[in-house]
Design a protein. Structure first.
Length: 249
């Protein structure tokens, strides 16, 4: 058991599909002292339709000349890449972690030896997906995004019913706006989730800087997830509003 918050360095898709850049993100996370480094595991063709537009926040940094699907195909990690990154995490003594966005991806992460599972906020109402994750019986970190309290309660019931006790579930408060204005962070929501559901809580941060995660820890966050990039000027959808290595450390 950690006697401090668990720190997750969210590498996400900041590798831009480049395995060497992904390995450097692992190195940066390890050097900064993070406990886990998190990527995203998905099949682009299963995740979005060919007509899905980009999110508004993605357009200023990636342009509007391609679809969401075309962009994601460039950011997808194949299985060989996953195995390379998993091994590199072992070499750097940092835990490999990933959000699996579909059941096939979840099964693959389990086959790699994933110690825990991250449920992205968009899947909190995907009941078959939740049942599958809950069936592994491993620790779960659940992001809430725009979920209502009723949706959080239903997700917990499904996960518990599938075989994961509440004591193994940590719920992350997060705001889905990139970047999140300080006035919209609302850390009281994290405390309300903890009190309403008697569950461990944390904060997935999309705000600039480091002040909000510090405040979240002061209010009882047991997990902090914060995005990491090697350079905010790199191309890609998520680089602008996140931390570079020295800031993360």
């Amino acid at each position: 058991m950690l006697n401090r918050p668990m720190i997750i360095a969210e590498a996400g898709v900041n590798h831009n599909g480049d395995i060497e850049l992904a390995k450097r993100l692992i190195d940066a996370a390890a050097d900064a002292g993070a406990d886990l480094v998190k990527f995203q595991t998905f099949n682009s063709d299963e995740l979005v339709s060919k007509n899905a537009p980009k999110a508004d926040y993605q357009i200023p940094t990636t342009g509007n000349f391609q679809s969401q699907l075309a962009m994601l195909r460039q950011l997808e990690l194949n299985r060989e890449m996953h195995e390379t990154l998993f091994a590199h995490c072992g070499d750097r003594a940092i835990e490999f972690f990933s959000s699996g966005f579909d059941i096939e991806s979840l099964n693959y992460l389990a086959s790699l030896g994933a110690k825990r599972f991250k449920i992205p906020s968009g899947e909190i109402v995907n009941l078959p997906y939740l049942r599958h994750v809950g069936g592994f019986g491993k620790p779960i970190i659940l992001s809430t995004g725009m979920a209502t309290f009723g949706e959080i309660e239903s997700a917990l019931e499904v996960l518990e019913g599938a075989g994961t006790p509440r004591q193994r579930i940590t719920i992350l408060h997060c705001n889905t706006e990139y970047p999140t204005p300080i006035k919209d962070v609302n850390l009281h929501a994290m405390c309300s989730i903890r009190d309403a559901f008697s569950v461990s809580v944390g904060y997935s941060d999309h705000s600039p800087g480091i002040e909000v995660p510090i405040a979240a820890v002061a209010l009882g966050a047991t997990v902090i997830e914060k995005h990491l990039t090697l350079d905010r000027n790199l191309p890609g959808p998520d680089h602008k509003a996140i931390l570079e290595p020295k800031e993360f450390k």
